[in-house]
Design a protein around this ligand. Structure first.
Ligand code: UD1
Length: 346
């Protein structure tokens, strides 16, 4: 990517969780589009070397502040100093099982941080917000592909509930603060890595999610992938998800900011971010093995509690209204995920 110099009139965007998986890729795309990302991350679930990866791609080190988003004083001081144009709020916990064991942690870290950020944005006149939501709000959808107006389901986990509650909080804040513009982005299953191999996902411990488990198994770090059930009512018996390349997802955040800027406040809109295609767990495993020419030993295990059978996005609204669509396919994402895994082993 061409080196872009900082200029005083660049719009500053606070990126909470900017050292994380989706956050780091979004920082790269924001900088490429002429914004000035300001990373806020306490590195509880990420590592400082991510900043080196971002710097290697951009040709300069991004602005970084080690702050816990629940620390209102620190966040307020930062916003007072930087007077940002807006914020993208990624910082959150996302392990479904852990949220069942420690719901208070999820309420504090997911809902609490959003409340602190919104208060600070209001005080300092930052009136553009992009919020990371999830297709978890749909639960098991009644019809597929799922559209944005499908009813929210009863959340099946405290994690899921925090996303529903955060969406509600943003909507309420948009009513209370007429200058505020907000976009809620409902991610399907983000996978892959930057094609440079310089940034990607850094799961701590045993991965919960499918693709990091697949890459670690292929690399010999795990013995066998366990497929969580093959007796579902799907063509091959395994669950179906909409896997989206993290670079496509990152670009959607830039597009969301640009889209908001062209519209009057108040504004609060929700968009699905997926490819519109559903792939089964077995398809992911077989595609990974084929495109990377590696073996992925696997066995069939029992179903995982709380899994939905099938969910994939209707992407009509994000294409027609937001003007965004995914450009990379499953094979591209799995190639990039493998490149990143190999890089990690170096
Ligand atoms: C999960 C969460 C979702 C959250 C997302 C982000 C649930 C029900 N949903 O998505 O709300 O937003 O993570 O972290 O937990 N699989 C295997 N073997 C494995 C790992 C996964 O077969 O070792 C299967 C799963 O059972 C599922 C599919 O792969 O059918 C995708 O799983 P995963 O990557 O964990 O994502 P979700 O469960 O869709």
């Amino acid at each position: 990517m061409a080196k872009r110099l900082l200029s005083p009139d660049m719009k500053k965007v606070i990126v909470t969780g900017g050292a994380g998986f989706i956050g780091s890729h979004t920082v790269v795309e924001l900088a490429g589009a002429g914004y000035e990302p300001v990373i806020v991350d306490d590195l509880r679930n990420s590592e400082e070397r991510v900043l080196d990866g971002i710097a290697a791609i951009l040709g300069r080190r991004p602005s970084f502040h080690r702050i816990d988003c629940n620390d209102a004083e620190a966040l307020n001081a930062l916003l007072a100093r930087e007077t940002p144009h807006g914020a993208i709020h990624f910082a959150a916990d996302k392990a479904v099982g852990e949220s069942v064991e420690d719901p208070a942690k999820y309420f504090r870290n997911n809902i609490g941080t959003l409340a602190v950020l919104l208060g600070s944005m209001r005080e300092h006149g930052a009136h553009h917000l992009v919020f990371s939501s999830s297709c978890t709000v749909y639960g098991e959808p009644a019809t597929l592909p799922v559209t944005e107006d499908a009813p929210d389901q009863n959340a099946t986990s405290p994690y899921g509930y925090t996303k529903v509650a955060c969406e509600r909080l943003v909507r309420d804040q948009c009513i209370a603060v007429p200058e505020l513009k907000a976009v809620l982005l409902r991610y399907f299953n983000p996978i892959g890595a930057h094609p440079s191999g310089l940034i990607g996902e850094l799961p701590r411990g045993v991965p919960n999610n499918l693709v990091p488990y697949v890459t670690q198994t292929a690399a010999g770090l795990r013995g066998k992938l366990r497929i969580n059930g093959s007796d579902y009512e799907t063509p091959d018996g395994t669950c179906i998800r909409d896997y989206i390349h993290v670079v496509d997802l990152a670009k959607a955040h830039v597009r969301a900011l640009q889209w908001m800027e062209q519209r009057p406040a108040p504004l609060c809109e929700v968009f699905n971010l997926g490819t519109g295609r559903g792939n089964s767990v077995l398809e992911v495993v077989k595609t990974f093995a084929r495109v990377n020419d590696v073996e992925v030993p696997y066995e069939i295990g029992p179903r995982r509690a709380g899994d939905v059978v099938s969910v994939y996005a209707d992407t009509t609204k994000s294409r027609d209204v937001l003007g965004w669509k995914a450009e990379r396919n499953l094979a591209d994402a799995l190639r990039d995920a493998w490149r990143w895994q190999q890089r990690l082993a170096d």
